[in-house]
Unconditional design. Structure first.
Length: 235
């Protein structure tokens, strides 16, 4: 579904990704594991068109998207939930969700998806008219995910959905990620909590200083001594 071939990405003169290649198959949950600053967010931003690779290819369903505008990439079926949620604080929950569908014209489909989002996140339904800036961190994460789903993505990019959330809420968010995946959406998940990410993922890639150093089945990586030591708290 998504194929990345040997990309190099820079911030000015600073190289953030070096020769990164990866594949995501339809229906999978794939996770990116790596320390702070390894380049995980940069990879998501490159897929969603916020950054352009200087070299290499990004192919989505066979089409090259490496130089395309972010908006065109959303239209093709990729939504990005950025780190730190970024909901529009002065707008209501409902308005934020409607914005997620702003590239669509199929009114009936939008209405259907709005209902789906409220089923997935009943808390948002309770807060439809509330200003988004007054929501809790967990609710804002739900809203950011709901807004991304309103574009009806086939591939959903999630950047650190658990950041700053209490453990119980994290569990809830991860259950919903699995539910979204079961509904047919392919997922690329960036997560600091490698244990949790590997527990729901099919496959994982390990990123270190801008390069992929290891990849494999999630189960396999969970069992690997190297991964345990470096990313799973040594247990
Ligand atoms: P984190 O979990 O902290 O977000 P990450 O793995 O997502 O880590 P990135 O945010 O992708 O890492 O950053 C990769 C590298 O690029 C880091 O060295 C970072 O300092 C650098 N970097 C990120 N954003 C910028 C920017 N806007 N300008 C310059 N350098 C940047």
């Amino acid at each position: 579904m998504l194929k990345i071939e040997d990309i190099n990405v820079y911030y000015g003169n600073i190289q953030a990704l070096r020769g990164v290649s990866m594949d995501i198959n339809k229906g999978e949950i794939v996770t990116l594991i790596g320390a702070n600053g390894a380049g995980k967010s940069t990879l998501l931003k490159t897929i969603s068109g916020l950054l352009k690779p200087k070299q290499g290819k990004v192919l989505f369903e066979g089409e090259s998207i490496g130089g395309k505008a972010a908006q065109s990439i959303v239209k093709l079926g990729i939504s990005h939930v950025p780190e730190g949620r970024r909901v529009f604080a002065n707008m209501t929950v409902e308005e934020n969700l409607e914005l997620g569908a702003f590239l669509r014209k199929d009114k009936a489909g939008i209405k259907q998806d709005l209902e789906k989002v409220y089923t997935l996140f009943p808390r948002l339904l309770e807060r439809v008219k509330q200003q988004s800036g007054t929501l809790s961190g967990g609710e804002q994460q739900m809203l950011a995910m709901g807004r991304a789903l309103m574009a009806r993505p086939r591939l959903l990019l999630l950047d650190e959905p658990s950041m700053g959330l209490a453990p119980l809420l994290v569990k809830q968010i991860f259950n919903i990620v699995e539910e979204i995946n079961k509904g047919g959406t392919t997922i690329l998940l960036v997560e600091q909590n490698a244990n949790l990410a590997l527990s729901i993922a099919d496959r994982a890639y390990v990123v270190e200083t801008g390069s992929i150093v290891l990849s494999g089945e999630a189960e396999e990586l969970t069992a690997s001594e190297e991964i345990k030591k470096a990313y799973l708290g040594g247990h």
